[in-house]
Design a protein around this ligand. Structure first.
Ligand code: ZN
Length: 168
């Protein structure tokens, strides 16, 4: 099987059996965006505990690339620190821009998105969920990272960091 076919299989698998596609009640961070060019819509919800992404889910609809990318995202960033998740988002963006050569170790299934580079129109589809993640996590900002301070229970900056960025 050609590598490209393998990538397609991985993307289709995530599209048909999306991981962590559900609402996340009580999520501190939530952000939505759409890609009007394709009609993709993605919401990413994250539960961040002590600067670490304890749980992340997505909701939305759209093409196979956008949905598969979001599904892979949830698997890839769960358990990472906010900083690591942001680094990964940057690397994925770099890979889709053809600037970063992904290693299978750090990327896992995400490597499959590399096939999208050849189809510039679809890059926006693949990047969408990562954009949403970055926007959602930006809200943790310094508070999220520097914050062992509050001593124990984390009440993050705002209980309702929900933006509707759909309309640009
Ligand atoms: Zn799309």
């Amino acid at each position: 099987m050609a590598l490209e076919d393998l990538y397609k299989e991985v993307i289709l698998d995530h599209y048909k059996n999306p991981r962590n596609k559900r609402p996340l009640p009580g999520a501190e961070f939530s952000c939505s965006k759409n890609n009007p060019l394709c009609g993709d819509e993605i919401t990413v919800n994250a539960h961040v505990v002590d600067g670490r992404v304890a749980e992340v889910t997505f909701e939305g609809s759209g093409c196979s690339i956008s949905q598969a990318s979001a599904s892979m995202l949830t698997e890839a960033v769960t358990g990472k620190t906010v900083g690591e998740a942001e680094d990964l988002a940057r690397d994925v963006r770099g890979m889709l821009g053809g600037e970063v050569e992904p290693s299978e170790e750090t990327f896992g299934d995400l490597v499959a998105l590399k096939g999208v580079v050849k189809y510039p129109v679809r890059i926006k589809c693949a990047v969408l969920s990562w954009d949403v993640l970055q926007d959602a996590l930006e809200d943790t900002g310094d508070a999220g990272v520097s914050g062992e301070a509050a001593g124990g229970t984390r009440t993050s900056a705002s209980g309702e960091a929900i933006h509707a960025l759909g309309e640009s």
